[in-house]
Design a protein around this ligand. Structure first.
Ligand code: GDP
Ligand code: IMO
Ligand code: MG
Length: 432
């Protein structure tokens, strides 16, 4: 039995969905443990593209159990539409394939309204550039102990009571503070009763089931969303999301003990992207940045926003190695770097004449650091068709080796295209 956690090492969109889909082949269970439908995970299988916001990326296999853990926040409308879309494509999503934790909190319509109203009210410099999906306000209610849990839909009186209190308070904020329209209690109640009918058959105790799986020697794959620098504690706060995105939260967010985690794979794009506002030391505001954006098709899978692009950042990589306890890397989108004469790699930052080797916690400092680069030779060849490590151009191998040496973490996987097949599996993280 092995348990493997997959996390993003940068600011999200590193290709987690693709790698989770690939590794699902070796897993029995695939578990989302944090975040909500702010995530957009893209999978391409035999040319067919799928984007999942809330359903675990293991769902395409049909014979694996996908789980949504207690740490996830669920917008039921989005989850139901993902289930419906999969069913239209002939993929059955039954309770035998998908389990939802009763402890997961629900994203309510007022959370999205508040998220959008709060963003709109911020000055240009302070906007976070959230996905507008209600993530911050929903996690605020969870931590504030006023949230509505998936399981509350099973208890009509409790749900009615909680909803009434919440709608009243949120309408006060929406109308009095943000000058936004109020929401109707009855409408939300009826909408959620409809959702309850569709979702409650999927409810279960994820922690108990994962414990059984462990005792039955089954393999478990944990699918992170967002990335290490978006972590609420360790990221570039306040330009972060509202959950812990690092590997430790795989345990909290699913009810699985930390001693049972065997491997942590950090997904690392061969360059860096960021969607939304906030510090990005290696950002390229020049033709090279535009080239990476165009060649990498760097548009957000959730909001369609253009992703900011830059060179790979070794400081961010080492932060990820330390914070997640990475045992392996999956280096993705290496094909996008083909044709670059030279590839730059940031090995540290300078700040007011001093060397900095971890992301500063102070946001002004994080915005002011200047990367120190080393330059590596690029390669001309297209590499999408390479399937053996030895067939990669020497310069690509040197680049991978430099990343491994710098982080002290071996590359388990190298990805050379969006399709499941366009991957080199060097070491299977499920092999102990
Ligand atoms: P996630 O949020 O980490 O799952 O990543 P996204 O799905 O938001 O963004 C990654 C994008 O890169 C998707 O469009 C993937 O299909 C694509 N992708 C993943 N791996 C590769 C790769 O190795 N090469 C190329 N060219 N595209 C890739
Ligand atoms: P995946 O799982 C990239 C970013 C938003 C914004 C900040 C806060 O696809 O990698 P939020 O809506 O969470 O309150 O927004 O976090 N963000 C992501 N960026 N990939 C994601 O998910 C993201 N989820 C949130 O753009 O900057
Ligand atoms: Mg994404």
């Amino acid at each position: 039995m092995s348990s493997v956690v997959v996390v993003g090492t940068q600011w999200g969109d590193e290709g987690k969905g693709k790698i989770v889909d690939l590794l699902t082949k070796y897993a029995d269970f695939v578990v989302r443990f944090q975040g909500g439908n702010n995530a957009g995970h893209t999978l391409v299988v035999e040319g067919k593209k799928f984007v999942f916001h809330i359903i675990p990326s293991g769902i395409l296999y049909g014979d694996k159990m996908c789980m949504i853990g207690n740490g996830v926040i669920i917008d039921p409308g989005v989850l139901i539409s993902e289930i419906d879309q999969l069913q239209k494509k002939g993929l059955s999503v039954s309770p035998a394939r998908l389990m939802i934790s009763e402890r997961a909190h629900l994203i309510m319509p007022y959370h999205a309204s508040l998220d959008q109203a709060k963003e709109a009210a911020l000055s240009e410099n302070n906007k976070i550039g959230t996905t507008g999906r209600g993530i911050g306000p929903c996690y605020m209610d969870k931590v504030g102990r006023t949230g509505i849990k998936a399981g509350d839909l099973l208890d009509d009186a409790l749900f009615r009571e909680k909803l009434k209190v919440e709608v009243e308070e949120k309408n006060f904020l929406l109308t009095k503070k943000y000058n936004a329209p109020p929401l109707q209690y009855e409408e939300i109640y009826r909408l959620f009763m409809g959702y309850a009918e569709k979702l409650t058959p999927f409810y279960g105790n994820v922690s108990v089931e994962l414990d059984k799986a462990r005792k039955n020697n089954q393999n478990i794959l944990f699918e992170g969303a967002q990335g290490t620098q978006l972590d609420i504690d360790h990221g570039t706060y306040p330009f972060v999301t509202s959950s812990n995105t690092i590997a430790g939260n795989a345990c909290n967010g699913s009810g699985f003990g930390p001693a049972y985690i065997d491997a942590v794979v950090g997904i690392m794009k061969a360059y860096t992207t960021r969607v939304g506002a906030g510090p990005f030391p290696t950002e390229l505001s020049d033709a090279t940045g535009d080239q990476l954006q165009a060649k990498g098709c760097e548009f957000g899978a959730t909001t369609g926003r253009r992703r900011r692009c830059g060179w790979l950042d070794g400081v961010v990589a080492n932060d990820a190695a330390r914070l997640n306890g990475l045992t392996g890397l999956a280096i993705t989108k290496l094909d996008v770097l083909s044709g670059q004469k030279n590839i730059k790699f940031a090995t540290s930052y300078t700040l007011e004449g001093k060397t900095v080797s971890a992301m500063p916690s102070n946001i002004s400092q994080a915005g002011a650091v200047v990367p120190v680069y080393e330059s590596l030779e690029g390669w001309k060849e297209d590499i999408e068709n390479v399937r053996e490590y030895d067939d990669l151009p020497i310069q690509a191998k040197d680049y991978i080796r430099r990343i491994e040496d710098f982080t002290g973490v071996p590359a388990n996987i190298v990805s050379v295209g969006p399709d499941r097949a366009e991957t080199l599996l060097l070491t299977n993280p499920f092999d102990k």
